[in-house]
Design a protein around this ligand. Sequence first.
Ligand code: NAD
Length: 256
Amino acid sequence: MGILDGRKGIIFGVANERSIAWAIARALHEEGAELAFTYAGEILEKRVRPLAGSIGAKIILPCDVTKDQEIERVFQTLKGEWGGLDILIHAIAYAAKEDLSQPYLQTSREGFQLALDVSAYSLTVLARQAAQLMEGRSGSIVTLTYLGSEKVIPNYNVMGVAKAALEASVRYLAHDLGPRGVRINAISAGPVKTLAAAGIAGFKEMLHYSAGRAPLRRNIDAEEVGRAALFLVSEMASAITGEVVHVDAGYNIMGM
Ligand code: NAD
């Protein structure tokens, strides 16, 4: 018996076996959830299909979150196959490489729009679609953020601005979705070596710095984010919504 037996969830954001979304998927699957997956483009499809298949997923669909048609198709399929939805995991972020290395001051209009569209607005459009399928099912949505929204992290730049918008979106969405019994929360994860992280200049230094200064004196791993997400989507967190939960070995509390 798992605590998510009978629950149906969709995972946005698996790129490979290192993805935080994959660690979350495994944690949810181990507790009995039936999962659907999306992938962003044909190259990633080759990675995502076998992973999703390995935990018995039957619904595996393309979804570039900048394309409304692809988003609509995903939710139409879920409605047809499942008739409803309990869980949505949003683990998506993107910014142009130059915007994660040059000074924030240099961010172009195009770069700003791209980062905010993919990394922040996508949560709102996915939540709107999901809420229709979560009616009467105490649904739960979890997104992924990072401390660069609250404090300056060199090179995180426009992604920090996008994460600030994402966290504010979580609060506004919690307000809108609460009356329908749908909860939404963010996990602010410490640095984890993934494909997305590799795009940030000086990422290795971030890992070294945070491990040395976090109260637990170490970095986190993706499985720890998976377990926190499991808690947030479960009945154990039934009164928690609109929150940003830090899973960062305590790093965010430090002043010096
Ligand atoms: P990842 O590269 O494994 O995942 C990022 C995902 O975003 C990929 O699956 C990619 O396909 C998807 N994506 C990018 N553009 C997209 C688009 N247009 N449409 C649909 N999907 C798109 O890296 P990750 O580190 O697991 O990132 C997952 C989330 O966790 C991100 O929101 C990231 O900002 C956040 N996060 C990561 C860390 C870290 O250190 N790795 C720390 C805190 C928060």
